[in-house]
Design a protein around this ligand. Structure first.
Ligand SMILES: O=P(O)(O)OC[C@H]1O[C@H](O)[C@H](O)[C@@H](O)[C@@H]1O
Length: 548
């Protein structure tokens, strides 16, 4: 059979299975296979992935593996790990895995070993963090640094925000704050209650040109200068960037500049010096544990056979739901409050990687990544789970939950209720409630036959709604590292199946270009006459409101 014939057969099989899945549903799969949980789950690096509550059966899974073979997922994975320039539109390697590697892993960017420089930066971060945390490095007046303010946006913000919150139980350093929006409210509200003499700013920007970050950095600089004088700037700033020349121009001392490399994408950079605020909060040892969890997933992704390979399995599940079942979104629902910013983090990781319309061949692609959204459980149950259970749109859910809490036995009931609710939601989505069951329940509650008949249809749950559950022991640094790396590689797998480049982000450019042109229009220095009628009308309305 030729490659084309094989691909065509795989496509036909998957389409047939998708049609059957609409009919057969998920419930029936459990009835037919009592061992379904064992057959459709896999574990690695302390993570258990249960994908049995999806409509994927053995035939479908075999076809998905065939699809992965045809898309050369494993070969392309090996190219990424080998430092090949797979980011073809920016002609760059993609080597965020090198940031959490051990020297023996021997990663090379375009043939050049990278381990030494990675270790140098990691050690410089550890040295700096230790001295800030123990008071050897102080503010300009000798005061202990009690508050760190990270100024960055996108990949220079979302990862540190998410990870710092996720690892709150491990904080034993300065308090951390994050400013990202150019809206003055963000910096103003953050600085309220902070003391210039005990505050350290980290200016985090891969390019050191992002207007939000540079505007916030300049205002922060003025805040320090007006309180402590120009000479104090050096003691109250550090910087993280690849653009070391631009940082130098800002006036930050070289021993407070932590670099990273072009082969690290912004949304893949939490492992780099972008993670400095996290290291300041939890210390170098916990940060290294965080890195080790990610490395464990890297080693697993590189070597595990497809049917045990968590990133490949999760990628295939995602592709099945998006491309074959035609579900436009997926919801990330952590039953872990400290992962409350994980959905937002994954929005950038997933949607900025796979939200593309053009493939590697420069031609339009029929489909690409889903809309990613989510909020923690149990809160979601009191907000949008109505639609998830009874709406006309099917939304695959990805539950994340830890078996153990950080809180002691005095709060054991909290974790019990959290776990019970997480399990109940995925069971309810799968099993649903039939019309007969709804009617019977109403009769048993004392409703009249007429009322039961009238109300029952409103209380039916279709069931057969897919979810996966990722279970871990406890949300510690190693587990968080593994979880993030799992999702990074899942995005990679889906990108190969969509046939797109996951590592550029040209789609963020047009808005920025237009914004720069509109600045003088908003200030009134330039006319809006050549803009479209809507923009013109809005500018006029803004100006009249601003002058009221
Ligand atoms: O870190 P910076 O260079 O300031 O970039 C911050 C963000 O800017 C853009 O929005 C890019 O699309 C993001 O990928 C990046 O994380």
């Amino acid at each position: 059979m030729t490659t084309q014939q094989q691909a065509s057969e795989t496509k036909t099989t998957l389409e047939t299975r998708a049609a059957a899945a609409q009919e057969v549903g998920i419930k029936r799969l459990f009835a037919n296979d009592p061992a379904r949980f064992t057959d459709f789950s896999a574990s690695a690096a302390g993570l258990l992935l249960d994908y049995s509550k999806t409509a994927i059966d053995a035939t479908t899974r075999a076809a998905l593996f065939a699809l992965a073979e045809e898309a050369e997922v494993e070969a392309k994975r090996d190219s990424m790990f080998a430092g090949k320039r797979i980011n073809i539109t920016e002609n760059r390697s993609v080597l965020h895995v090198a940031l959490r590697a051990e020297p023996a892993d021997g990663y090379r960017a375009d043939g050049d070993p990278v381990s030494a420089e990675v270790m140098d930066v990691l050690n410089a971060m550890a040295n700096f963090s230790t001295k800030v945390r123990n008071g050897e490095i102080t503010g300009s007046g000798g005061d202990l640094i009690t508050d760190v303010v990270n100024i960055g946006i996108g990949g220079s913000d979302l990862g540190p925000v998410m990870a710092t919150l996720a690892l709150a139980p491990y904080h034993d350093g300065p308090r951390t704050h994050f400013v990202s929006n150019v809206d003055g409210a963000h910096l103003a509200d953050t600085l309220k209650g902070l003391e210039p003499k005990t505050t350290l700013f980290i200016i985090a920007s891969k390019t050191f040109t992002t207007i939000e970050t540079m505007t916030n950095a300049e205002t922060a600089r003025q805040w320090i200068v007006s309180a402590l004088g120009e000479a104090a700037v050096g003691d109250h700033f550090a910087a993280v960037s690849t653009a070391l020349d631009k940082v130098d121009a800002f006036g930050i001392a070289s021993d407070r500049i932590f670099g990273f490399w072009e082969w690290v994408g912004g949304r893949y950079s939490i492992w780099s010096a972008i993670g400095l605020p996290l290291m300041l909060a939890i210390g170098p040892d916990n940060f290294r544990a965080f890195l080790s969890g990610a490395r464990e997933i890297d080693q697993h992704f590189k070597s595990a056979p497809m049917d045990q390979n968590l990133p490949i399995l999760l990628g295939l599940v995602g592709y099945w739901h998006r491309a074959m079942m035609d579900y436009p979104t997926r919801a990330i629902i952590p039953y872990d409050q400290r992962l409350s910013r994980f959905p937002a983090y994954l929005q950038q990781l997933d949607m900025e990687s796979n939200g593309k319309g053009v493939g590697l061949d420069g031609k339009l692609v029929p489909i690409s990544g889903p809309v990613v959204w989510g909020e923690p459980g149990t809160n979601g149950q009191h907000a949008f789970f109505q639609l998830i259970h009874q709406g006309t749109e099917i939304i695959p859910i990805e539950f994340l939950v830890g078996a153990r809490a950080h809180e002691g036995s005095g709060m054991a009931m909290h974790q019990t209720l959290l776990l019970a609710n997480c399990l109940a939601q995925s069971e309810a989505l799968m099993k649903g409630r039939s019309l007969d069951e709804a009617r019977q329940q109403l009769l048993e509650a004392g409703k009249s036959a007429d009322d039961a008949e009238r109300i029952a249809p409103h209380r039916v749950f279709s069931g057969n709604r897919p979810s996966v559950t990722i279970l871990y022991a406890k949300l510690d640094p190693k587990t968080l590292g593994a979880l993030i790396a799992l999702y990074e590689h899942r995005v990679f797998v889906e990108a190969q199946l969509f046939g797109i480049n996951a590592f550029d982000q040209w789609g963020v450019e047009l808005g920025k270009e237009l914004a720069n042109n509109l600045v003088p229009v908003v200030t009134g220095e330039a006319s809006a006459d050549d803009r479209d009628a809507s923009t013109k009308g809005l500018v006029a309305a803004i100006q009249s409101l601003r002058s009221a």
